[in-house]
Design a protein around this ligand. Structure first.
Ligand code: PNS
Length: 171
């Protein structure tokens, strides 16, 4: 975290691929929005993750609908390093969710690297236990194999997933 207190309150960023947003992500967003004055939910355009299910535009629109009830939350996207983006946008703190102990192992080195590059700390929120097994990749797999993912994604996401599957079947 940068030194000094921003008079208007702390600006936090919650980065992710959000391909798609899950209820676990949304739970972290809602809780972080209750703690920080301003929360940027940043979709990371990651060239290493090939063939995303959703385009950037679709992810942005879904996220905007899912956080419409949170006035201090903004949806943005960026390419490149998170550390560069937090410096450019004058963010005070990075927020991440931790589901299980194995998340911590990779998140710890990422947090230390981001702090080394930008001098911005990462604060972790424990994911709600009921979402500890929920991930975007599992949701996609279950969905495309015909399973019910309604308990795991917000309604606007399920809507777009369903129409995408219908379009794929029709093509
Ligand atoms: O939702 P994800 O894919 O698990 O989120 C991972 C993400 C996008 C937050 C992470 O890969 C990231 O921060 N990417 C930006 C590129 C970057 O800064 N890489 C170096 C990390 S130290």
């Amino acid at each position: 975290m940068t030194s000094g207190v921003r008079p208007e309150g702390t600006r936090a960023i919650y980065p992710g691929s959000f391909d798609p947003l899950t209820n676990g992500h949304l739970d972290v967003i809602e809780r972080a929005a209750g703690v920080f004055a301003e929360l940027i939910v940043a979709i990371v355009v990651n060239p290493q993750k090939r063939n995303p299910m959703f385009t950037l535009d679709e992810r942005e629109k879904m996220l905007a609908r899912c956080v419409a009830h949170l006035p201090n939350v903004r949806v943005q996207h960026f390419r490149g390093l998170l550390a560069d983006y937090v410096t450019k946008t004058d963010v005070d703190v990075i927020v991440k969710g931790l589901r299980v102990v194995s998340d911590f192992e990779s998140e710890m080195s990422t947090a230390l690297m981001n702090r080394s590059l930008s001098n911005v700390d990462t604060l972790f929120l424990m994911s709600d236990a009921k979402y500890s097994f929920v991930s975007s990749s599992l949701v996609k797999e279950v969905f495309f194999l015909g399973g019910d993912v309604a308990p795991f994604v917000p309604a606007p996401v399920l809507e777009v997933m369903t129409s995408k599957r219908s379009a794929l079947k029709g093509s």
